[in-house]
Design a protein around this ligand. Structure first.
Ligand code: PLP
Ligand code: SF4
Length: 352
């Protein structure tokens, strides 16, 4: 029953490509296709000239393409070259600077890989690289250079990973990550989730996704029904860094997830000139709490090559969180953590 091939309700074709768009007309896939991929188009849409942002870089774009859905663009302030949402996606010259200590695999993903698509760093939980793409390209991304092309594309490719989870009863939680797991069209996602859900000792399936924030139309009825049909407890962890992200269609999508009964948590990355003030962090916590989303982690930046200009010192990070404590209830304070390769959990920076 626990083995992938014999689960009675796994009637799907194991050779099916998980990313096959069965319903190309679904609105989120259309929204994704309409996303901005050209820096000039991005500036034009915001009414900004290249003179106002001389640091915009074609080389950085060539290395890690620009990708911004229109919904996210609509939440930026026109004419503001310092907009905190724009700065998360704008390819700039500083990415080309080599800085000692900033490396390609800063979080030790390579060493944690157990089988195709499966990473385990911590007791009781494994992480699956469920999809190799995202709906937005965040310039500070810790997996910007991850070798996604080596990871599973079809249900059959997941067999070794699923076997490993089925064989190991200490694994109580499977995290679907990526890339972004919600980039899988619903039929492929349903097929993968069904296989995980058939493993009795998996109590929880967690989604690590930025799509409810950057492409809110992904949170459609089909997805909500899919998640509600899961036996295991579903937990949704989204990723927003600034209160301005939580507006309009994004706010509605988060509310849908909360009203559907899933615990919804947010993780943010502390980013220089984006959210590194106590006011910005306080606003973010407040807008999240007010719609029922709990702040989970505030990550100290992973030291990935090309992201040094986003780094905030650990000392500043600690004092920001200390100030936040003086302003907000305990449940609104994210845990300030850093991922240190080789450790058995994320490391709290507050007690160091
Ligand atoms: C961050 C991470 C997790 C999740 O850690 P939690 O503290 O449970 O949120 C799990 N697996 C891997 C490989 C991770 O990098
Ligand atoms: S959504 Fe997450 S994985 Fe994707 S580019 Fe942004 S930070 Fe990286």
């Amino acid at each position: 029953m626990n083995s992938l091939g014999t689960a009675p309700h796994t009637a799907r074709q194991p050779t099916m490509s998980l990313s096959q768009p069965v319903n190309p007309e679904s609105s989120w896939q259309r929204d994704l296709a309409a996303a901005i991929r050209n820096p000039k188009a991005l500036l034009a849409a915001l009414g900004l000239s290249e003179q106002e942002i001389p640091e915009i870089s074609a080389e950085a774009t060539a290395e890690f393409p620009l990708l911004v859905p229109l919904s996210f663009l609509n939440r930026m302030e026109a004419g503001n070259p310092h907009d905190p949402l724009l700065r998360q996606v704008l390819p700039v010259e500083a990415e080309q600077t080599t800085v000692p200590g900033f490396t390609v695999d800063a979080v030790g993903d390579g060493a944690a890989r157990q089988s195709a698509g499966l990473l385990q760093k911590y007791h009781g939980r494994v992480l699956m690289i469920a999809a190799g793409s995202c709906a937005i390209h965040c310039r500070y991304c810790f997996r910007r250079s991850y070798p996604y092309s080596d990871e599973p594309k079809r249900l059959r490719d997941w067999e070794p990973a699923l076997h490993q989870v089925a064989e190991d009863e200490t694994i109580r939680e499977v995290i679907l990550s990526g890339g972004d797991p919600l980039m899988l069209p619903s039929p492929g996602l349903a097929a993968l989730v069904e296989c995980i859900d058939a493993i009795d000792h998996v109590d929880r399936i967690r989604l690590h996704t930025r799509l409810p924030i950057v492409l809110p139309s992904r949170v459609d009825t089909e997805l909500l029904q899919l998640l509600q049909s899961v036996r295991a407890q579903v937990v949704v962890v989204v990723h927003a860094n600034h209160a301005n992200e939580i507006q309009d269609d994004c706010r509605d999508a988060l509310q849908q997830l909360v009203l559907s009964g899933f615990p919804v948590l947010n993780q943010a990355v502390l980013l220089k000139d984006i959210n590194d003030t106590v006011e910005a962090l306080e606003r973010l916590s407040n807008v999240l709490i007010n719609i029922g989303v709990l702040p989970y982690y505030l990550h100290q930046l992973d030291r990935v090559a090309g992201t040094a200009h986003f780094e905030v010192s650990a000392e500043t990070a600690r004092s920001l969180v200390a100030e936040l404590r003086d302003r907000l209830p305990g449940y609104a304070i994210p845990r300030l953590v850093q991922e240190i390769p080789g450790r058995g959990s994320k490391t709290s920076l507050e007690t160091l």
